[in-house]
Design a protein around this ligand. Sequence first.
Ligand code: UFG
Length: 323
Amino acid sequence: MHILVCGGAGYVGSHTAYTLAQHGHEVTVLDNLSTGHRRAVRWGPLIEADLLKPESLDAAFAHPVDAVMHFAAKSLVGESVADPYEYYQHNVAGSINLLRAMRHHRVQRIVFSSTAAIFGLPSSLPIDEDHPKSPINPYGASKWMVERILADAASAYGLRSVCLRYFNAAGAAAQAGIGESHMPETHLIPNILKSALGEGTALRVFGDDYPTMDGTCVRDYVHVLDLANAHVRALEFMQTHDGAHCFNLGNGTGFSVLQAIEAVRSICGVPVAYEHAPRRPGDPAALVASSRKAREILGWSPQQCDLEQIVASAWDWHRDPAY
Ligand code: UFG
C-alpha cells in the first residue's frame, strides 16, 4: 500500500516509516520539520508541508494514498500547559485540516498517534481502553479531542480509523540510522543516557515521595519498533473492519525512575550521576497499560519487552547519533 506518514521525520513516525518499508509498503513523509529531522526521512520522499496550511497538503495526495498515519503533533506536556492555544491549534485544528484533505482526496483510512495522557490520573491499573478519559493537560486533551473527532467521522463519513495510545515509547533502530532526538529532551531514558555519556545537564529525578515501590514514578516502557509494528497491524485490521477503534500499547510492566537508572547503569557499565528534585507538575505516580485488546484483536505481541533490551537499543543510538 502507499502510506502517507504525517510527522514521519519525528521519533515514532520515522521508526514506523522504516517498519512500513520493511513490510513492502510505499511511504511518503509529510513533515514541516519543526521538530523532526530531515535525516530521519530515509524510506520515501519528503513533502515539506504544514497541517496549518491546508493548501500545502494537496501535494501529498498527488500520488494515490491508501492510508494515512498521523504522528504530526506538539507533544510536550509542560509547554501545552503554558500555551494551550498552540496545542489545540496544531493538534486539533491541524488534524481537522488533514482529515478534510483526506476526505477531499477520498482517503478513507487513518492510524492516529494517541497517548496514555488521555487518561489523566488513573483510577486503577493496568489501564485498559475503557478506563475513564480525564486528561489533566492540554496535550492529553488535544489527543482525546481528535479521538472523539475520528469516532464522529466514522459515523458521518464512513472514515476507518485506529487510535494507538502509546505508553512510554523508548529505544531506537540504530542499525537503520534512526533514534530518539528531541530538542529540548524531556524524556527519561534519553536523559539518563546523556548523563551516562557525560552530556547535557545533570540528571534530575523528579519526586521521591510517590506511593510506588521506591518513591519514584512508575512507567510502562515500550520499544518504538514494537509500536511501529502495531501500526502495520492496524493497517491490516482496517482492511476488514470499518468504524473507529482504539488500542492501548504497553508491555504491561511498570518500572520506576530508579529502576530505569539501574538498567542504564547495568547495560552501559558506567555510573549514572543524578540528583533528586521536586515532583514535576502533572506527573501521575504510575502508568501501566493493559494491552490485552491489542494482543487479542490486532495480534500484536511486543518483541522487545525487557527494559534492558529497550535501554540497550537506545544506548546503541545515543553513543553515535546520526542527528
Ligand atoms: N523523569 C525524571 N527526570 C527526567 C525526565 C523524566 O525523573 O529528566 C521522570 C518523570 O518525572 C516521569 C518519568 O521520568 O516520572 C517518565 O517521564 P517522561 O518524560 O520520559 O515520560 P512521561 O511519562 O512524562 O510521558 C509520557 C508520554 C507522553 C505523555 C505523558 C503523559 O511520553 O506522551 O506520558 O503523562 F504525554
